[in-house]
Design a protein around this ligand. Structure first.
Ligand code: FAD
Length: 395
């Protein structure tokens, strides 16, 4: 958002509040950062500032998979990063789920529609199945829990047709993403920290204010020595530093009415590009196919397209008989932040150490952001960041 000279005057300056840290962005990343900061240093005054309502970004629009690893099959992760780092990336997301369970989810599984059933990657070609088997081999050697499935098992356990084979990631989970976000917020409110929450406060500038930063929103200004940006896909709108590091990328989904339970757990297909899961309440959620309109599925516009929505329906007709007759009840889109190398980016601006950030979750924020918030919080207390996540890898 740009703000004119005329809008930027007067009452806002009188309306400046002071905090120790201002977190910009009220999605899973911003809320997680606030959670860990408040837990570590309860005496700190923290503000979480969101331009719309909490969860209105990708966090309230995703499919709810809490998966380990990254956007690629494990064999490709090993190819790109080497065995040791691939395992480190995997364990980072396993810890993400463990922390989420221990700190937030425990005791409220039902209310959050949380299920720990594993997830599946399904191949519709022999070539992809070969890659999946290679991945499973590598994973088993590294003691990651994985299972290989042949076609018949996919039909029986997942109700999915026309797949050649697949693998099961035994430790994955799924959740109602917006309820999870609000559960983190509630935990913050119940904790010892001093965190204030501001919705409908769009940040349009971050300026110097003596030794501090002045975070300007049209609802008021915030003065603080440290800013944490958790604006993910929207980050390049605020600092050009992110333009070649985090790319706004749209994803689309549709949901059907509830049908009797037929799937063992959530599934990815087609090299992690397409995905579907049945909620504990019976609805099927299916998304993906951005590969059909790569030039269109970029930027910030909250739109659905006929091409992708039709491809999602065709996928149902081809692969998922249990919902062929089911009514489609919802269609939506959301903006993700894809990073340059598929891994999250945590750090501080090279030109301004008072502006820290976490983002670039590349369609896997539920599997990464809670832990990323923890390491960001620790880095502000002086600890080093894991190299694969540190923004310094780009300098
Ligand atoms: C269709 C779709 C399906 C997905 N499926 C999955 C999935 O199943 N599993 C998974 O792990 N991930 C999935 N993702 C990705 C996941 O949703 C994201 O990785 C995650 O939500 C990122 O969280 P975040 O807090 O970094 O970003 P966001 O949730 O986008 O939060 C950023 C916030 O910053 C706010 N903001 C932006 N600019 C400003 C400003 N100037 N001032 C104040 N506030 C601002 C935004 O309004 C937004 O609320 C999916 C995403 C989409 C779109």
């Amino acid at each position: 958002m740009s703000v004119s000279l005329w809008m930027d005057q007067g009452h806002l300056k009188e309306n400046t509040q002071t905090f120790d840290i201002v977190v910009i962005g009220g999605g899973i990343a911003g809320m997680s950062a606030a959670y860990w900061l408040a837990k570590t240093e309860p005496s700190m005054k923290i503000a979480v500032v969101e331009k719309h309502r909490f969860g209105d970004g990708a966090t309230g629009r995703n499919a709810g998979f809490i998966t380990c690893g990254s956007v690629e099959h494990f064999n490709r992760l090993v190819e790109n990063f080497g065995k040791e780092k691939a395992l480190e990336i995997w364990r980072f997301s396993e810890d993400n789920l463990r922390f989420l369970k221990e700190e937030i989810i425990q005791g409220q599984e039902k209310g959050l529609l949380f299920e720990h059933l594993g997830s599946f990657s399904l191949a519709s070609t022999d070539k992809e199945f070969e890659e999946l088997k290679e991945s499973a081999d590598l994973m088993a050697k590294l003691k990651i829990d994985v299972e290989v499935l042949e076609q018949k098992a996919i039909e029986e356990r997942l109700g999915a047709e026309a797949f050649v084979g697949g693998i099961k990631y035994v430790n994955d989970a799924s959740v109602h993403p917006l309820k999870l976000l609000h559960a983190i917020k509630t935990k913050i409110e119940q904790g010892p920290g001093q965190v204030s929450f501001f919705e409908n406060h769009e940040v349009y500038d971050i300026a110097d204010n003596g030794d501090d930063k002045l975070v300007k929103t049209r609802g008021g200004h915030f003065s603080c020595p440290m800013v944490v940006m958790a604006t993910n896909g929207y980050s390049p709108q605020i600092y050009s530093y992110f333009k070649d590091k985090i790319f706004p990328t749209r994803g689309q989904i549709l949901a059907t009415e509830a049908v009797p339970r037929f799937m063992e757990g959530p599934c990815y297909a087609n090299f992690v590009l397409d995905y579907f899961r049945q909620l504990p309440t019976g609805e099927l959620v299916i998304g993906g196919f951005r590969q059909l309109q790569k030039d269109v599925e970029v930027g910030y516009s909250d739109e659905i397209t006929d091409v992708i929505q039709e491809a999602l329906e065709e996928f149902i007709r081809k692969h998922i008989p249990a919902v062929r007759q089911a009514k489609i009840t919802h269609r939506w889109s959301g903006i993700m932040g894809f990073s340059a190398d598929g891994q999250p980016i945590v750090g501080a601006l090279p030109t301004d150490s008072q502006v820290a950030f976490l983002g670039g979750f590349t369609a896997h924020g539920l599997g990464l952001a809670f832990h990323a918030g923890k390491v960001l919080s620790e880095s502000l207390m002086g600890q080093a960041l894991p190299q694969f996540i540190s923004a310094k890898r780009f300098t």
